[in-house]
Design a protein around this ligand. Structure first.
Ligand code: GLN
Length: 276
């Protein structure tokens, strides 16, 4: 069955490894079986076969991402709920979590703000792997509901909190660390995106009005000093080629110790800076 599903995806234009990853993800979520389980001889029951058939048909017909069809995605090895109001967590974002956790440990940070929390994947992973308390904010009520579900599901009720806020609009407190994976794709690039992203990820999570995609970095960096405790930091995920502009913004607004980290594809993906 697995092979047949993979071939169906390949006939629809998927590469072998993409097709296999998608099929394995569906099997794992629907039947709780890994590829290894199948190799060891475990079988998929008839009802599940039918479910997966339908899921793959929908995936190929509509191009809706599998994570949205299944309602979940893996991030940092944990299963997160997602919905049509949340960006599907990307593997690159795990680097942002990792660098944030390093800062939290190095400076003993306790209060963290996650701006544009979406599914809450960043907020939850930070709360899970540190002693810090995380406040996740988002402009979207649908996203906040999803983030709250994820935090509850992971037993993080008191450690990851969520609130509706447009950037800092509803925030009075100060924090040790502000983390964000904000929208960073210029709207003018919309037509170049793959259909799965262009038509299904929420536009408010993807696009900026400005040509460089740095609108949200600029807004956050300018206001952040009044919401950071002494010696606090900011950590951002970046889009391709945004490092120069964002470090200039940090410099111009009095930040120091600017560090940049590359992802597995060699792209400058995460930037961190400290407010003295
Ligand atoms: N912070 C969320 C994530 O990384 C959402 C990001 C976004 O919507 N731009 O998945």
């Amino acid at each position: 069955m697995r092979r047949q599903w993979i071939n169906r995806c390949k006939n629809a234009g998927f590469e072998e490894n993409e097709a296999a990853a998608e099929v394995d993800f569906a099997i794992e979520i629907i039947c709780g079986l890994s590829k290894e389980d199948l190799l060891k001889g475990k079988t998929i029951c008839g009802a599940d076969k039918e479910k997966i058939d339908k899921i793959i048909a929908e995936r190929l017909k509509t191009r809706r991402p599998l994570a949205q069809i299944l309602g979940c995605a893996f991030f940092g090895g944990k299963k997160f709920k997602v919905n049509e109001h949340t960006l599907i967590p990307r593997p690159e974002t795990e680097l942002l979590v990792q660098k944030s956790l390093e800062l939290i440990k190095k400076y003993n940070y306790k209060q963290v703000l996650d701006i544009g929390t979406g599914s809450g994947c960043i907020a939850c992973m930070i709360a899970l792997d540190s002693d810090a308390q995380v406040l996740g904010v988002d402009i979207s009520t649908g996203a906040l509901r999803c983030a709250l579900d994820n935090a509850m599901g992971m037993g993080l009720m008191n450690r990851a909190l969520f609130r509706k806020s447009n950037l800092f609009s509803n925030i009075q407190e100060k924090f040790d660390l502000i983390v964000s994976n904000p929208p960073y794709i210029p709207l003018s690039e919309k037509e170049n995106l793959q259909i799965e992203v262009r038509d299904f990820d929420p536009a408010t999570a993807l696009f900026t009005e400005d040509e460089k995609g740095i609108e949200f970095y600029e807004k956050i960096i300018k206001i952040a000093p009044s919401h950071l405790n002494n010696g606090g930091s900011i950590a951002f995920e970046l889009g391709i080629g945004q490092f120069d502009d964002v470090s200039r913004l940090f410099n111009a607004n009095g930040f120091i110790d600017i560090e940049i980290y590359k992802d597995l594809s060699g792209i400058e993906r995460v930037i961190t800076a400290k407010y003295p």
